[in-house]
Ligand binder design. Structure first.
Ligand code: NAP
Length: 340
């Protein structure tokens, strides 16, 4: 592509401890011509996900690690600006795994295959409430957590992109819902706007005292995004046959050494409880039906969501860091360009 320059972030080194800009390289290159079956995408929005820290490590996982020198992997939404693929036309808005770069060349295949976003639909919601985080909340809470009317549900990372949707789905299913989040403002948003029953500011509260106070009848479902001390304390308060959906463990993602396991795991024996990890990609064949339900709940006002949109490809590493410092208010996105 003559005269078209791509600015991109590649992985320079594997992180030890807190990930940062030092783990990436920023470079500019000329965009090559597309081959048969390929199309060229101008990235519009990048998705930021706590799991990206894990993709940078060279270890066995549910996806291969990002290689040193490769463009940093990320979900995104873009616009097709040239195409040699009959399924993707110039002008189409597409969602896929196009990475931390301004322009990407794709054949449509990826960890999530490229899909066309219907004309007129939101360009950001497919990366947030109708995307991976909304779907993770849906399957983690309903399939893994088996939340049902009357349950007491405790959600960590509750003001975040995944946690806030899990908490609201639990509420609309008739559960009593307690969210755990960092800071007064996030807790206010949870109770006053997302309308869950109670919120705990884990940065200020004595969790060992407050959890039993707010869950006097015990906990039936834990939807856990953070792991660590939170999980250990929460396990002390579970009911018989409780379900603990292990969605994530962000409190330990940047640790230099593995975090200790929850010493209170013997509660699982005493309470005949089930703790189960899951990966949302395993539910891919059910995504369309789940998105349909999520859309209906959003239209009915039963679910609200927040998007935190930073700007500029040069800010990709800083934007990733916002997730691990709790600066993000809802789904963390980075705007790269406007559509044509
Ligand atoms: P998010 O919740 O929107 O953002 C991350 C939040 O984590 C931050 O806002 C911060 O909130 C909290 N956090 C950061 N460091 C923390 C710490 N040390 N202790 C406690 N909380 C901390 O991000 P998300 O994309 O929705 O992801 C949430 C979780 O879901 C992550 O663990 C992620 O790995 C997991 N996930 C799992 C799957 C799956 O398939 N299993 C799929 C998607 C996401 P506070 O301000 O409240 O601290």
């Amino acid at each position: 592509m003559k005269n078209l320059k791509n600015r991109k972030w590649t992985l320079a080194s594997r992180p030890v401890g807190m990930v940062g800009e030092h783990n990436f390289s920023f470079a500019e290159e000329e965009v090559r011509d597309i081959d048969d079956g390929e199309f060229l995408i101008k990235n519009l929005y990048l998705s930021f996900d706590p799991a990206q820290r894990g993709w940078m490590e060279d270890r066995k996982s549910y996806v291969p690690p990002v290689g040193i020198g490769e463009v940093m992997r990320a979900g995104s939404v873009g616009q097709v600006i040239a195409s040699n693929n009959p399924n993707f036309n110039v002008g189409d808005k597409v969602q896929g795994t196009f990475g931390w770069q301004e322009y990407a060349i794709s054949d449509g295949k990826g960890i999530l295959n490229a899909t066309i976003i219907p004309e007129g639909a939101s360009l950001t919601a497919p990366l947030s409430v109708f995307g991976i985080t909304g779907l993770t909340a849906y399957f983690g809470l309903l399939d893994v957590g088996q939340a049902k009317e009357g349950d007491t549900v405790l959600v960590s990372g509750a003001a975040g992109s995944t946690g806030s949707i899990a908490a609201q789905i639990a509420k609309l299913k008739g559960c009593r819902v307690i969210g755990v989040a960092g800071g007064v403002e996030k807790c206010r948003w949870l109770t006053e706007e997302a309308k869950i029953d109670a919120a705990i500011d884990y940065k200020a509260a004595n969790m060992a005292e407050v959890i039993p106070e707010l869950c006097p009848e015990g906990i039936d479902v834990i939807f856990d995004n953070v792991g660590g001390e939170f999980l250990n304390t929460a396990l002390m308060n579970i009911n018989q046959s409780a379900r603990i959906a292990i969605c994530g463990a962000i409190s330990g993602y940047n640790n230099e050494t593995p975090a200790p396991g929850p010493s209170n795991y013997t509660s699982l024996i005493i309470q005949r409880a089930r703790m189960e990890g899951f990966i949302v990609l395993d539910y891919m064949d059910r995504f369309p039906a789940a998105v349909g339900e999520l859309m209906q709940w959003v239209q009915e006002g039963k679910i609200i969501y927040q998007e935190d949109i930073q700007e500029g490809i040069e800010h990709a590493p800083d934007t990733l860091l916002r997730l691990y410092t709790g600066k993000n208010k809802g789904k963390q996105l980075l705007k790269i360009a406007d559509p044509d």
